[in-house]
Ligand binder design. Structure first.
Ligand SMILES: Cc1ncc(COP(=O)(O)O)c(C=O)c1O
Length: 442
């Protein structure tokens, strides 16, 4: 509990049931490696890498030291018409990790900003090529692309959209790929569903005409929307259709970037190279907020070369684009990933994790278990008339028992730091199993 003289009232918390939280708060005050420390002195095993972001575990010394040193050396450098070496170094390093000719990187401060930036770049690219009429975006039902107006427009989460009016005017959505009848309890990529990509051609392009469409944006694997794993061949099919009609393909890799699927990016894991990749979260291991957008060389060249020399080419940017503390954190984070071989480690431990989570199918109310890389989704049968309640109760029980999980509706998502040991996988899944048994009796 917070100290008596501290009121929780003034803080309007994001994506939180404010009144319930403030009546029974859950405060964490410390973190190290695989654990959080609560304000009442309990250690909580982190089954979610914070919010899918602390991929190397918490408060890693190398990253802490790098940020401290940068804070003492130079707090801030103006981001427009000025630069500092750190942002150029991070861009170069990230470019080397990216597939194909995705080799130019634009910095921002969050996943939401990365998505809005990517959409703007797509429009600027088509305009630079004399195809400014291409301004329709295609997202996907159940997609999550952050909370900017661009992101909620192409996103497909009804609750995130319904209060906010008309949003971007020209957007269509692919169908989502979730189907328990066909794919329940699949390990890895489901066999059923690649044909759903064909709707891009048969319905959306047919309706809007390709000459009006700027880009298609999807999460290669959806996380926040409830762990939706792409059916085998689905992403490849999207790529083929985009190529056929010169649509840009954007992968939102805000959670899949930096090792979650066993490689630096899911594009590599799935063997499909998009034109633009958005990233955030794991780029700094969550130490300092940072987002980024990587584009293929041709996109950068088209936009930059379309403006007269000595003029600003893209009227877009943030005061804190490439902030020195963020770039210091990013450089140290990339060192940690590399030195500890954490992406390979994710690949190594993923089969153990898969085996462990699939044992949960025996627990009450579990209607699906699915997994890919170091992500798992456990879907529960909703309580009649009370959607999301059963999963949230499970979350609360896990927290009481010293394990942090995450829920979206009645789906439980696990995405532990890539440093998790087998013993900790057992603890995470064991506690979740106990909580599910107890919730099943309620
Ligand atoms: C795929 C995806 N895109 C965008 C975002 C938004 O990122 P942020 O919360 O940093 O704005 C998220 C956040 O979870 C995400 O999962």
């Amino acid at each position: 509990m917070p100290p008596n003289d501290m009121s929780l009232e003034a803080h309007w918390m994001p994506f939180t049931a404010n009144r319930a939280f403030k009546a029974a708060p859950r405060l964490v005050v410390g973190a190290k490696d695989m654990h959080y420390l609560t304000d009442d002195g309990r250690k909580v095993l982190d089954g979610t890498s914070g919010l899918w972001c602390a991929n190397a575990g918490h408060c890693r010394t190398k990253i802490v030291e790098a940020v401290k040193k940068q804070a003492e050396t130079m707090d801030y450098a103006p981001a427009f018409q000025m630069g500092h070496p750190g942002s150029f170094r991070v861009a170069q390093r990230v470019a080397k990790m990216l597939p194909g000719d995705l080799d130019h990187v634009f910095f921002c401060n969050s996943g939401s900003e990365a998505v809005d930036t990517a959409l703007k770049i797509a429009l600027a690219y088509h305009r630079a090529r004399g195809e400014g009429n291409r301004n329709v975006f295609v997202g996907r039902e159940r997609g999550y692309h952050g909370v900017g107006f661009g992101g909620i427009s192409v996103g497909g989460m009804p609750a995130n959209r319904k209060m906010y009016g008309s949003m971007l005017p020209r957007v269509d959505h692919l169908p989502h790929t979730h189907n328990l009848k066909e794919n329940a309890f699949t390990r890895g990529e489901p066999n059923w569903g690649a044909h759903l990509a064909d709707e891009l051609e048969t319905r959306i392009i047919a309706l809007h005409d390709a000459s009006n469409i700027a880009a298609v944006i999807v999460e290669p694997m959806a996380g926040s929307a409830g762990v939706l794993i792409p059916p085998k061949g689905y992403l490849k099919r999207l790529r083929e259709i985009c190529d056929k009609y010169s649509l840009l393909l954007i992968f939102d890799e805000v959670i899949t970037g930096f090792g979650r699927t066993g490689h630096a990016f899911a594009a590599e894991t799935f063997g499909v190279t998009p034109d633009i990749i958005t990233m955030a979260k794991g780029i700094t291991n969550a130490m300092v907020p940072m987002g980024a957008v990587a584009v293929r060389r041709g996109i950068y060249d088209a936009v930059v070369n379309s403006a007269p020399p000595d003029t600003v080419e893209l009227f877009h940017g943030y005061t804190y684009s490439g902030h020195p503390l963020a770039t210091a954190a990013a450089e140290a984070t990339l060192d940690v990933y590399e030195e500890e071989g954490l992406f390979a480690r994710a690949r190594e431990i993923a089969p153990y994790f898969e085996q462990a989570v699939h044992a949960l199918r025996e627990m009450p109310n579990v209607i699906d278990v699915r997994n890919f890389g170091m992500v798992a989704g456990i879907e529960l049968e909703p309580r009649p008339g009370k959607p999301a309640e059963r999963a949230f109760k499970t979350f609360l029980k896990c927290y009481e028992k010293g394990v942090l999980i995450r829920t979206t509706g009645d789906i439980i998502a696990l995405s532990p730091p890539l440093i998790i040991s087998k013993q900790q996988v057992d603890e995470l899944v064991g506690v979740l199993g106990d909580a599910l048994r107890e919730t099943g009796r309620d």
